[in-house]
Write a protein that binds this ligand. Sequence first.
Ligand code: DGL
Length: 259
Amino acid sequence: MTEAPTIVVFDSGLGGLTVFREVARARPDARFVYVADDAGFPYGNMPEEALITRIVHVIGKAIDRHAPDLVVVACNTASTLALTELRARFKVPFVGTVPAIKPACAQSQTKRIAVLGTQATVGREYTRALIREFAAGCEVTLVGSPRLATFAEAELAGQPVADSDIKSEIAGCFVEADGRRTDTVVLACTHYPLLLERFRAVAPWPVAWLDPAPAIARRVADLLRDVPADAAPPPPRIVFTSGQAPSPILARALAKYGF
Ligand code: DGL
C-alpha cells in the first residue's frame, strides 16, 4: 500500500509554523516533521557562506533521517540564499518562501508597497531581482528589521514585547509621498504573521498585510496531488537542533499547532 506523503517543514525557528499550519490544512493526511534550527537562530544576522553551509547540513540531515517526499523551506532568509544550492544537492522537491512582491504589486491600488523582512532578505539580490521583474509601475520600499523575528519568538515563549518596540520596527513601511500612501505590506519573514494582530494595532493607517503561506500550501498540495491520502496520519513531530525541550509555556503554544 502506498503511504501518505512525508513533508519536512524547515525554519530557523518557529516562524515556519505560520506556513506549517496552512500546509497542514491543505494536506491534513500528511506526516509532518517540523525542523527548527534554533541553535542557529536568528539567520538574519549570519554571514552568507556560513549560512548556506549550515542550511545544507541541517536539511541534509533531515532528508537522511525522514526521507521526505517534499521539503518546505519556510524561511525567506534561507530560501532567498540557499534554494539553488539545495535543489542542486538533493533530489527531493523543495518549495521555498520568497517575498510575495508580484501579488502585492498586482493588488495594490496606490501602487506603493513595502516589503518587511529580515535585513538579510531585503538586502539580497534575489529580492532585488523580484522587484526588477515584477514591480514595474509600483514603488517598493524595502524595510529590514533586525529585531522582529526575535520578538515573535519571545512572544511565543511568553515574554511580552512592548507596542512601542513593534511600532518602531514597522514604521519604515508606511510611506506617504506624491499623494500616495503605502496600502500593502509584504510579510517577507515567516515569523511576522505571528505578530500580525500587533502590527494591525500599531499601524499608523490600515494596510493589507500579505502572508504568502496560503499560496505556499496550494503549491505543496499541487505538487503532491498524486500521492494518496492516509486516513490516520501520525501527529506532527517537531525537532529542535539545539536538542533542548521547549519550556512549559512554549509547549502550550506548540500544542495549539498540534505538536
Ligand atoms: N523566519 C525567517 C524568515 O522567514 C527568519 C528569521 C531569522 O532567523 O532571522 O526569514
